[in-house]
Design a protein. Structure first.
Length: 286
């Protein structure tokens, strides 16, 4: 049959499930990222600190091996919210490094090559595209944040007596929620940088500026004008206050936790707004 005689026919074959469609982009992205030595090296190095924390937990629960040390040193070995806060801060640094390396290449190539038309011409919405791309970072950052943190909490619960878990179960829940909020925030920052600044080196600088330079600027502003509200623009301080509240630790001087929660919500909404504005299949010029 000649080509011009072939009319349009709707596809009657089997349709892939929504979950499988969402995993297509992360699958290719993870495969490409794990081929890079720097990414693999970062993931391996990020595991050294959790391994050291496991040794710390073992020593803490075998105080009889440390009978020659004074009481103050044994109190130093106690596993509490301060221990997990230190662990979370160290792993948060690794999560930022991984986001800087992996984030800029997620959306920028699709925008530069006008590939969004191909994605959105299929049963694939903008929300699904954002979630699919964000899954790449969420998967990588989970490996270095809440997964080892929950593993440490489980090891401590196993080594300690049964009362420790009963008294501190809310600590494990707070750790999970805290790190989940953190990796969502870092992922959205990296994706917004990839969408808004298409050059890789500029996107990396954008992420560094949001995470590290912005806190310095807000601190200078607070000192110049003798105020505290500028700290609400500091994502590090905002998340630290939220972490301390969720883990039951004493808050540090600064804005109240309620204001920090509102500031975190505003940050997430602004980042999602940037993505919604930049991720358009066509560009309308008026």
């Amino acid at each position: 049959m000649a080509v011009y005689k072939r009319g349009y026919q709707r596809y009657d074959g089997a349709m892939t499930g929504r979950a499988s469609r969402l995993l297509v982009l992360p699958g290719y992205a993870w495969r490409d990222l794990l081929k890079k030595r720097l990414m693999v090296s970062l993931l391996i190095i990020s595991m050294f600190w959790p391994l050291g924390c496991i040794v710390f937990i073992y020593l803490s629960n075998h105080a009889e091996l440390l009978f020659n040390f004074d009481r103050g040193f044994k109190q130093f070995l106690e596993i509490d919210s301060s221990f997990f806060l230190i662990f979370m801060r160290v792993q948060a640094v690794f999560s930022i490094l991984i986001a800087i390396f992996a984030g800029p290449g997620l959306i920028a190539p699709d925008l530069s090559n006008n590939a969004l038309q191909l994605y959105f011409s299929r049963p694939f919405s903008r929300a699904e595209y954002v979630f699919s791309r964000m899954t790449v970072l969420l998967g990588l950052l989970s490996v270095v944040t809440w997964i080892p943190a929950i593993l440490l909490f489980s090891i401590q619960s196993t080594m300690a007596d049964g009362n420790w878990f009963i008294q501190n179960w809310n600590l494990g829940l707070g750790i999970f929620i805290s790190l989940l909020i953190w990796i969502v925030l870092v992922s959205l920052v990296a994706m917004a940088a990839s969408a808004y600044v298409r050059r890789k080196i500029m996107a990396e600088a954008f992420i560094l500026g949001i995470i590290f330079i912005l806190p310095v600027v807000t601190n200078i502003f607070n000192r110049l004008f003798n105020v505290e509200w500028a700290s609400l623009f500091n994502p590090i301080l905002v998340m630290n206050q939220i972490w301390r509240w969720l883990l039951g630790a004493a808050p540090e001087p600064g804005p109240y936790v309620l204001f920090c929660c509102l500031a975190a919500i505003v940050m997430l909404v602004l980042l999602l707004t940037v993505l919604r504005r930049k991720l358009r299949p066509v560009e309308v010029v008026s």
